[in-house]
Design a protein around this ligand. Structure first.
Ligand code: C2O
Ligand code: CU
Length: 451
């Protein structure tokens, strides 16, 4: 797409606040609302060349799936890769059978096979989807997309921008560089070189002047923690990791680690041509440019809160999880092979699993009971700790003041301990892991069993 067409279509997008369903069943008996075909495809990220990516429906950015709160959505996944895959719906509190984790929740979708996912989102907000197999490569090469759940009653924004942040591991000719190196896997992960929003380097989106704009930032990257700021000092945080916050607050800066999301509300500049830029540290990520509109005196609407179960702290049981590394092993063997048992959760590394071999859970939780997770990061690196099928209420940190909030991914700073509660109300075996994908691959993964 050339630049003018891009801006035109993004204007259209901004004005209508909805994205077209990419593959929509014309016949309701087709059995799906969306079809995602997972296959290799050449995509254009850098001007100079094409990138041999893995794609949903042949391109990047991936289709934005829009579901509605409390209404079922059916998504057919067709695997045209030459390896197995599954698709996980990150942040969704849905039944285990739809969680998209191989062996724990479903058999892998083999090459040539199809799997129909169907679930009813209890929460509205910004979520995303990605495979849960061979993740360094499948996610790293492009299998990441936004899943937006619209509120049962749609809030009154004049534009709604879905912005997926990803740094591609590619050279100027578009070819891939290493998605992981042992040296980085045992530190902060291997950063990609080309920073993109929806697959474009620093794109500009037109928004109606004076309009109330919802900006959804989704970190679909394998590695990077974005430190987001805005040139609009009035930009408001309205939702964190999909969940609206009771008291919106000024952005200042906010860390968005892999897996995490941030919804911002901004009132667009009132003069056509004026801009607002969002940055990662001092690097521009994306610019919004006001175009003439009739809008006046617009205010940011209030988002309804999600129905996250309230923890019963008085009767809660505390479980401590220590995030460490295995000091007794060399991360890299003499022959250059990576040791996959480097990072440990309660002194255990993820052993991997297969149909006949599922390791023991890290903890067994009683259905309906509240648990307080004491998440202790005993390393000098940060780790975004993600749980499937549940949403934490973050209560306290030993490093900073916390206004309690809901999230599926808790970012632990170096040597930070965070206290987060959850109600174990969803039966199943739920993945529980660091979302820095190379960390998950080298030990930081396990699961909890709710029954
Ligand atoms: Cu996005 Cu198991 O995670
Ligand atoms: Cu980590």
């Amino acid at each position: 797409m050339n630049r003018r067409r891009f801006i035109k279509s993004s204007l259209l997008l901004a004005m209508t606040s909805t994205l077209p369903r990419v593959v929509l069943a014309t016949n309701p008996s087709a059995g799906f609302d969306y079809e995602l075909i997972v296959a290799p495809a050449d995509v254009n990220i850098v001007p100079g060349g094409s990138t041999p990516a893995l794609s949903f429906n042949g391109g990047y950015p991936s289709p934005v799936i829009r579901a509605k709160q409390h209404q079922p959505v059916r998504i057919r996944v067709v695997n045209q890769l030459n390896e197995p895959t599954t698709i996980h719906w990150h942040g969704m509190r849905i039944p285990i059978g739809m969680d998209g984790v191989p062996f724990l929740s479903q058999p892998p979708i083999m090459p040539g096979d199809t799997f129909d996912y169907e679930f009813t989102p209890p929460d509205a907000g910004s979520f995303w989807y990605h495979p849960h197999m061979n993740s360094v490569e499948q996610l790293g090469k492009g299998l990441v997309g936004a899943l937006i759940v619209d509120e049962a009653e749609k809030p009154d924004f004049d534009a709604d921008l879905v912005l997926c942040m990803k740094n591609w591991h590619i050279k100027d000719d578009g070819s891939f560089t290493a998605l992981t190196t042992p040296q980085n896997a045992f530190r902060m992960g291997t950063p990609g070189r080309v920073m993109t929003i929806n697959g474009e380097m620093h794109p500009t989106y037109d928004v109606p002047a004076g309009g109330a704009i919802r900006v959804r930032l989704l970190n679909v990257d394998n590695t990077l923690v974005y430190d987001v700021t805005s040139t609009d000092s009035d930009a408001q945080i309205i939702a964190i990791d999909g969940n609206p916050i009771a008291q919106p607050r000024t952005l200042g800066n906010h860390l968005i680690a892999p897996g995490m999301r941030l919804d911002l509300g901004v009132i667009a500049p009132s003069k056509a041509g004026e801009t607002v830029t969002f940055k990662h540290k001092n690097k521009p990520l994306v610019t919004l440019r006001a175009v003439t509109s009739k809008l006046k005196d617009r205010r940011l609407p209030t988002l309804p809160l999600n129905p996250i179960p309230a923890p019963d702290l008085e009767n809660a049981e505390t479980i401590r999880f220590a995030f460490e590394w295995n000091a007794n092993i060399t991360p890299i063997h003499k022959d250059g092979k990576v040791n996959y048992n480097f990072w440990t959760m309660n002194r255990r590394s993820w052993e991997g699993m297969s149909k006949g071999n599922i390791p023991a859970p890290l903890a067994k939780l009683e259905l309906g009971k509240t648990y307080i997770f004491e998440l202790a990061n005993l390393t000098q690196y940060h780790h975004p700790i993600h749980i499937h099928g549940h949403t934490f209420t973050v209560l306290k940190s030993n490093k900073k003041a916390i206004t309690p909030f809901h999230t599926d991914t808790v970012l632990l700073g170096q040597n930070e301990t965070v206290i987060a509660a959850l109600v174990a109300d969803n039966p199943g075996r739920w993945m529980y892991h660091c979302h820095i994908i190379e960390h998950l691959k080298t030990g930081f993964m396990g699961y909890v069993e709710v029954s």
